[in-house]
Design a protein around this ligand. Structure first.
Ligand code: CP
Length: 322
């Protein structure tokens, strides 16, 4: 795979958090923190992407990631194309690469891509032009880099440290790109106590998530946890869902106030969304005082602004003269 950084250390693409150093991650988080504005404040308005065009290509559903990339790009002065993938020429058989080349010919500089095909972002960065960048907005079950970054930005705002934190990820970890990116970035930042909690069929293969502890009882997994990250069951990635019963799942794994009392008193309750209330999380917890779920959404805009701005600065150095 081509490096995600250029020869001068500038961020060039972002398709995975694998290989990013603590310093590189911290630089993105610090930049994001500068862009962060809270509900009720005026959003940051800048010109970091002035004259650039961002294309959002989402071939899987999205609310948060798509809307926040769109807002982030516009708030930095970019033109934005949100391709309507259901009515695009891909449904007539056009390949993803031909779709990219078509939009490249219209002076698109940055592609934000979500797709269910593993390996697609890496394939694309090997084929786009020298002055064009690719950002993954979710690759199959493998990677969701900006989600991992927004998760640690949210944790950092509250905990100010990663070493010594007890983090439990609960639910369908086997099919979760969110869990994989979160585990990767937490490990890089120094978290060593990572617990994976869920029914055995939804836990990942033993070779993945090295160093993490595994629990099939939620009560054991969240005991004393500083962060509890809840995940939905990704039925769209399962061949067979007939055995899954939402009520039964909530009975065994739903995060209720009673279960949350087992965690540390200052626990953060996180969820990447979309939530299935009454399946993996009770509304009283999702909307309760320990929930930072909407803060995660807020952090997502800032992280995407930071990633876009840092890549735009790299691309500017590569632009052809008029
Ligand atoms: N967390 C996340 O990726 O949400 P969306 O699917 O709504 O983008």
């Amino acid at each position: 795979m081509r490096s995600q950084f250029d020869d001068f250390g500038g961020l060039r693409h972002l398709i995975t958090l694998d290989g990013l150093s603590r310093e590189q991650i911290t630089a993105i988080l610090d930049r994001a923190q500068n862009y962060r504005r809270f509900p009720g404040q005026s959003a940051y308005e800048g010109r970091e992407l002035a004259g650039m065009t961002v294309a959002n290509l989402f071939f899987e559903p999205s609310t948060r990631t798509r809307a926040s990339f769109d807002l982030a790009a516009r708030r930095l002065g970019a033109h934005v194309v949100n391709l309507d993938t259901q009515s695009s020429s891909r449904v007539k058989g056009e390949t993803m690469l031909d779709t990219i080349y078509t939009l490249e010919a219209m002076n698109t500089d940055l592609f934000v891509i979500r797709d269910s095909e593993a390996g697609l972002p890496e394939f694309l960065i090997d084929h786009v032009a020298e002055h064009v960048a690719v950002i993954s907005a979710g690759e199959a079950h493998l990677s969701h880099p900006t989600q991992g970054l927004l998760d640690v930005l949210t944790i950092r705002a509250h905990k100010r440290r990663f070493a010594g934190l007890k983090v439990a990820i609960v639910g369908d970890i086997r099919h979760s790109r969110v869990a994989r990116s979160a585990a990767r970035v937490l490990h890089t930042l120094g978290t060593t106590d990572l617990r994976l909690v869920g029914p055995a069929p939804l836990l990942p293969e033993e070779v993945e998530f090295t160093g993490a502890q595994r629990f099939v009882r939620i009560e054991d997994g969240i005991d004393g946890a500083d962060v509890v990250m809840m995940l939905r069951i990704q039925k769209e990635r399962m061949a067979r869902t007939a055995d899954l019963d939402d009520t039964e799942y909530f009975h065994h794994y739903g995060l209720t106030s009673a279960r949350l009392a087992l965690a540390a008193p200052e626990v953060l309750v996180m969820h990447p969304g979309p939530m299935n209330r009454g399946v993996e999380i009770a509304s009283e917890v999702a909307d309760g005082p320990r929930s930072v779920i909407r803060e995660q959404v807020n952090a997502g805009v800032a992280v995407r602004m930071a990633v876009l701005a840092m890549i735009a600065a790299t691309l500017t150095r590569r632009r052809k003269p008029l």
